[in-house]
Design a protein around this ligand. Structure first.
Ligand code: PMP
Length: 396
């Protein structure tokens, strides 16, 4: 009956195999490298208890009233300052607060994509960006990557091939899923190409604060003199994800469309959590907080890398991320990470098979491992199990 009633986008929606598998990994007994969870011990619970009280006492019912779609003014100012420290000149009024940067991705699709429009993206790319774009029926052209990020020659080839390209979606810093950081030369070259081809860039930047080696490169937005970069970021990885506070910054002409579409989506982002985050940054030292988080994440990454070196057999390559939350593994061609996952789950270990991150599928021999959300003990134990399974697999 409903078959004739549902819209095409609802009919074609499939529950992702990845999500279904990861649901099984919620149990404490499973060592899951599958999610992308920040470490809970980094969340400022005690500080927020105090701030909840303060914000409610000072603002009373205002914290519970409808509010403007653009977001909380004080938070706009704070974000403009934080972006300024990264070399991006932005006015507070050129920022829209979103319900996480995931909403920024959803709005991006609504603002730019009609059926058949082409999205250029890194290969592989963030799975939930694909999920946010898909309801608008775009096509994808995947740009090959190497250790320095997307390959400019391949980008040019694809730009010359297709006239229907609307946006380039990129995660230059500690990319999800590979953990790679785009080199400075590539950033500059990408901006030159964008200018020559009149290309709009969507820069998704949730991870740049989580830099392990103190060697962050300037965001693409900092080179943007033509209003062609739309910058998305979030407090999910620096404060906490559950408050759902992120933002979009773009030229006035573009941002206006985002604001209008947001109004139809959720009117505005939760004002109480916007106020809490603003007050948290005003009152406490967020830089010190992030430094502490980095120490935890770097240690976990090092543990994962050491364990891989120790327990994985020869012939497997992996990234050594200098920030973020993920490490990317490439297995020998004949090994399917899907099959490995089934066997790993039987031994209480989970991860995400790499093919999920390619809009066109394939690349069955890749996998993403998250290191931010697990203790070092669990990381070592889980990687050891994966190593044993891979050794068995290679003997076959
Ligand atoms: N973009 C990327 C690349 C991500 O990895 C994530 C979180 N996994 C998001 C966007 C969404 O983050 P949030 O909505 O929590 O801000």
């Amino acid at each position: 009956m409903l078959k004739d009633t549902f819209a095409r986008r609802a009919l074609t929606l499939k529950s992702s195999e990845v999500r279904e598998l990861l649901k099984l990994t919620d149990s404490e007994d499973i060592i899951s490298f599958g999610g992308g969870l920040p470490a809970e011990e980094t969340f400022p619970v005690e500080e927020m208890k105090i701030l909840c009280n303060e914000v409610l006492s000072e603002n009373g019912a205002k914290t519970m009233q409808y509010a403007v779609s653009e977001g909380y003014d004080e938070l706009h100012k704070i974000i403009a300052e934080l972006m300024g420290e990264k070399g991006i000149t932005v006015e507070p009024c050129d920022i829209l607060i979103t319900s996480g940067s995931q909403q920024g991705l959803d709005l991006t699709a609504k603002v730019f994509l009609d059926e058949g429009d082409v999205v250029l993206c890194e290969s592989p790319t963030y799975l939930s960006a694909i999920n946010a774009f898909n309801p608008c029926y775009p096509e994808y052209m995947e740009i090959e990557m190497d250790e320095e990020g997307l390959i400019i020659e391949d980008l040019k080839k694809k730009l010359n091939k297709n006239k229907n390209i609307k946006i380039l979606y990129t995660i230059p810093d500690y990319q999800n899923p590979t953990g790679r950081r785009m080199s400075l030369e590539r950033r500059k070259a990408l901006m030159d190409v964008a200018s020559n081809y009149d290309l709009i860039i969507v820069e998704d930047n949730p991870y740049s604060e989580l830099c392990f080696d103190g060697n962050n490169f300037p965001p693409l937005k900092s080179f943007d003199t033509e209003g062609r970069v739309i910058y998305l970021s979030t407090f999910s990885k620096t404060v906490c994800p559950g408050f759902r506070v992120g933002w979009v910054s773009a030229s006035k002409e573009i941002l206006k469309k985002y604001i209008l579409l947001k109004q139809g989506t959720d009117l505005h982002t939760n004002f109480f959590t916007q106020m809490l985050i603003a007050r948290y940054i005003e009152k406490y030292d967020i830089k010190a907080h992030i430094k502490d988080n980095i120490l935890i994440y770097k240690k976990r990454k090092d543990t994962m890398l050491d364990s891989i070196k120790r327990y994985f057999p020869e012939g497997i390559s992996y990234t050594d991320p200098q920030g973020g939350m993920f490490l990317w593994v490439t297995l020998p061609q004949m090994i399917s990470s899907r099959e490995l996952l089934v066997n790993a789950m039987k031994r209480g270990v989970a991860f995400v098979q790499g093919s999920a991150f390619y809009p066109g599928g394939g690349h069955e021999n890749t996998m993403r491992l998250n290191f931010s959300g697990l203790t070092e003990e669990k990381i070592t134990k889980g990687v050891k199990i994966l190593g044993e399974l891979l050794t068995e697999e290679l003997k076959k």
